[in-house]
Design a protein around this ligand. Structure first.
Ligand code: AMP
Length: 418
């Protein structure tokens, strides 16, 4: 497989799929440039080699229509500043042949939002799934998606995939385009390489003991991951709102705590499976209960299976926090997805903080720690501890699907994984 380090971009035009789906404020100013910074190593290597760059990305959900709110023209200056070189802009990503052809080594062209074309996502527009004509429309769209991908491919000599955030989507720019380059002219970028390595560290090259911490609101959205991890982990901490579904399933009284009543049997199955596989399942034993869903609620620490009527568990209690710490201490591989409480409220961030601190401590002792998938990243940032863990993934859904054991189309397109 070709790699970005092996490839010499001198005199070549590279089309690079990045994830520049950055948040903008009302004035169109970037409020968090993490994603732009994340792509810089790849972009700079290509320029340093003497290559020309064609950068492509999506922004937001314009649903196949031109929408100024999601125009990448708004980020041209920021990208130029980050790269330290001027950036040209192609206002129509499917009509950039001339601009691409005119590029000289060291020059940069940013294409307009790919999702202004429905072909990028490849879903038929304006027709419901129930419509008898849907299947034909889907086929027609798949054909025009190929044409769209072919057009994008025609701009360049080689293709670099570096958008981990969208690697779980089989879109024109993330996967289909790779069909138009031979194996020696397509590769993953540095960010993708790092993400793939991080996932491999927790799924393949596991150093033991391995502790996974799954939190957040619902067990239903995490079940695929929990099942895949069950075969790999030594300790599995299930916390956050989903812990109350487990408490109720075991006959507990959980007051007004979050619960998925249709998942009680599933919770019991998970408990049984953990036992059968010898996994140390940590579900906690106490919680911080509140009399309303607010930071200034009255609170009490109580047994998580005996929560008074009218109260709800919003955080892990002190004994549970000790259980978390014990399961994380000494671990050599750690994966954390999802908070242990309503961390957005300072008064209910204690459980998540205890986890973050234990992970930082274990990381200092040599553990590999991967944090990712949405809220746990916000959590670790809130505590100012991002630099105390091994790796923070840039992918939400993509990371979760990778941990579920699914093959990501954006990676398969380059590596040929089946
Ligand atoms: P998820 O998107 O499923 O990862 O869930 C993250 C959300 O779960 C965060 O917004 C937390 O505030 C929320 N959460 C965590 N613990 C609880 C809890 N005990 N009760 C209600 N919400 C919770």
């Amino acid at each position: 497989m070709m790699t970005i380090d092996k490839f010499n971009f001198a005199g070549k035009k590279a089309i690079v799929r990045v994830d520049f789906n950055v948040p903008l404020n009302e004035e169109g100013k970037i409020t968090d440039d993490t994603r732009i910074r994340g792509a810089l190593p790849t972009l700079k290597k290509i320029l340093a080699d003497g290559g020309a760059l064609i950068i492509m990305s999506h922004m937001g959900k314009p649903k196949g229509k031109v929408n100024a709110k999601y125009s990448l023209s708004q980020i041209v200056d920021a990208v130029a500043a980050a790269l330290g070189t001027p950036v040209k802009f192609a206002p129509d990503c499917a009509k950039a042949q001339e601009a691409a052809a005119a590029l000289k080594p060291g020059e940069v062209l940013l294409l307009e939002n790919l999702r202004f074309y429905p072909e990028e996502e490849g879903k038929p527009v304006g027709i419901e799934k129930e419509d008898p004509a849907y299947e034909d429309a889907k086929k027609a769209m798949k054909a025009s998606q190929k044409e769209f991908a072919k057009t994008l491919a025609s701009y360049a000599d080689c293709y670099v995939m570096d958008a981990f955030g969208t690697a779980h989507r089989k879109h024109a720019s993330t996967a289909v385009i790779a069909d138009y380059f031979d194996a020696d002219h397509k590769m993953l970028g540095y960010l993708m390489e790092k993400e793939v390595q991080a996932v491999d560290n927790v799924l393949k090259d596991i150093k033991r003991p391995f502790t996974a911490i799954m939190g957040g609101s619902k067990v239903s959205t995490k079940i695929g991951i929990i099942e895949n991890l069950m075969d790999k982990v030594d300790n599995l901490i299930l916390c956050g709102g989903m812990a109350f579904t487990f408490a109720k399933a075991q006959g507990g009284k959980i007051g007004n705590s979050l619960v998925e009543d249709d998942k009680l049997q599933l919770a019991l199955d998970i408990i049984a499976k953990a036992k059968a596989k010898g996994v140390n399942l940590v579900l906690g034993c106490d919680c911080v209960a509140a009399d309303k869903f607010a930071n200034d609620a009255n609170t009490q620490v109580c047994d998580d299976k005996n929560i008074p009527d009218g109260w709800m568990g919003l955080d892990a209690g002190p004994k549970t926090q000790e259980e978390f710490k014990a399961a994380i201490k000494g671990a050599k591989t750690i994966l954390w997805n999802g908070p242990a409480g309503v961390f957005e409220f300072d008064n209910f961030a204690g459980g998540s903080k205890a986890i973050a601190e234990a992970i930082a401590e274990a990381t200092k002792e040599g553990a590999f720690s991967l944090i990712g998938g949405g809220d746990s990243v916000a959590c670790i940032n809130k505590f100012g501890m991002a630099d105390q863990v091994s790796y923070i993934s840039t992918g939400g859904g993509a990371l979760l699907e990778a941990i579920e054991g699914k093959i990501l189309p954006g990676i398969a397109a380059i590596r040929g994984d089946k």
